[in-house]
Design a protein around this ligand. Structure first.
Ligand SMILES: O=P(O)(O)OC[C@H]1O[C@](O)(CO)[C@@H](O)[C@@H]1O
Ligand SMILES: [Fe+2]
Length: 189
């Protein structure tokens, strides 16, 4: 039997960086079609800001193994909609996930395949259990980077397809200075 070596790393709690992790950068241009206000999207695209960065420590896609990753989700809005991660189902849809809030303010939108949505506010110390079959997207509702850790089965995979096409049934917006979770006018089943 060949054993893997254990890993111990310190997350920089101010920046979200995991030393030695694989870094992924998602700019606004990689989120084409995701936001409701196309005019605001195209205007902001001139600068193509970084929306989020992921620092991932991933294993081979084997049953029983675990990946972990921090995400640094920057503050910002496209029109009224707060910056968010793409959001996905797992390719192996029955795989669950745990999120842990590290810094900043935000929340998670979760959704069943039938389109039932839930919103869970998150801050430092919040643990969110993402049950099997629920799509998940995080949203930064604050004015500083929202940083969190995700732990997920190594064989879960990412299925971006239906969220990229249809979005979530709820959107998270700012209206009169307040954070509101409202029905997505473009949502269709
Ligand atoms: O994969 P998305 O939807 O872009 O969101 C990024 C975050 O979600 C994860 O895919 C985990 O669910 C992580 O890699 C990262 O923390
Ligand atoms: Fe996930």
């Amino acid at each position: 039997m060949e054993y893997k070596n254990p890993i111990g790393v310190n997350i920089d709690l101010e920046t979200g960086v995991i030393p030695g992790a694989k870094k992924l950068v998602r700019r606004l241009s990689s989120l084409k079609g995701y936001f409701l206000d196309e005019e605001a999207y195209n205007e902001l695209l001139k600068d193509d800001p970084v929306v989020y960065e992921v620092y991932a420590v991933e294993q081979d896609e084997k049953d029983g193994d675990l990946n972990f990753a921090t995400t640094v989700l920057y503050p910002g809005k496209v029109g009224k909609e707060f910056f968010f991660t793409k959001g996905h189902f797992h390719s192996k849809a029955d795989r669950a996930e745990i999120y842990y809030g590290i810094k900043g303010k935000g929340g998670m939108l979760l959704q069943t395949p039938e389109g039932k949505a839930e919103w869970i506010p998150m801050g430092p110390g919040t643990v969110v259990y993402v049950p099997p079959y629920w799509a998940h997207r995080t949203v930064n509702t604050g004015d500083e980077p929202f940083i969190f850790l995700a732990v997920y089965p190594a064989d879960a995979g990412h299925d971006y397809g239906s969220i990229a096409e249809k979005g979530f049934s709820k959107i998270v917006i700012e209206e009169n200075g307040e954070v509101k979770v409202v029905d997505n006018p473009r949502w269709r089943e």
